[in-house]
Design a protein around this ligand. Structure first.
Ligand SMILES: [Zn+2]
Length: 179
């Protein structure tokens, strides 16, 4: 096989993977929207193994009365139950927002193979923003990372949510001052 054919196959495989990543990120965005309807900060997560969804979740700490109920944790718990196993090997976790410290810990413990995230989180993200935890040498498990998949969609979903919440607060404040 010529090097040209090999190079072409690599390019096509990467393009296919990029399309697959976008498809599952759209599903994560749908899940995030479900959380938003319940008044939660919209973050969604999907876990995929052999092209099959094996776990899903959206951010729900308020409604679940659970500070650990981030989208990633909810999805990891649902995938582990689905597999009937405390390890989720050979799987990819898609999440709309760069994970926080707690979720990176859970990703390591679950032995997820690959992480794909949407937009970065400048305040609390620890993949590239505030720290680069997945490159820490003390972890005994390595996770492949792809960031920035549908980043604009993921960013807009969050910024729209916070804008609407600010406007609602302002309206409430004005109503209170009138009465
Ligand atoms: Zn988190």
């Amino acid at each position: 096989m010529s090097w040209l054919v090999i190079a072409w196959r690599i390019v096509m495989a990467e393009r296919d993977q990029a399309q697959i990543d976008e498809q599952f990120m759209y599903r994560a965005l749908e899940l995030a929207a479900q959380g938003q309807q319940l008044g939660e900060v919209p973050v969604g997560a999907v876990i995929v193994c052999n092209d099959q969804v094996i776990g899903e979740g959206f951010n729900q700490p308020i409604n679940a009365h659970d500070p650990t109920a981030h989208a990633e944790i909810v999805a990891i718990r649902s995938a582990a139950l689905h597999l009937n196993n405390y390890r989720i090997v050979e799987s990819t976790l898609y999440v709309t927002l760069e994970p926080c410290t707690m979720c990176v810990g859970a990703l390591i413990h679950s032995r997820i193979k690959r992480l794909v995230y949407g937009t970065s989180e400048p305040k609390a993200g620890v993949i590239v923003s505030q720290a680069q935890l997945l490159t820490a040498s003390y972890f005994n498990h390595r996770i492949e990372v792809t960031g920035g998949v549908l980043a604009d969609h993921c960013q807009h979903q969050l910024s729209d949510f916070f804008r609407q919440r600010r406007e609602a607060h302002k309206l409430n404040k004005n109503n209170l001052s009138v009465t």
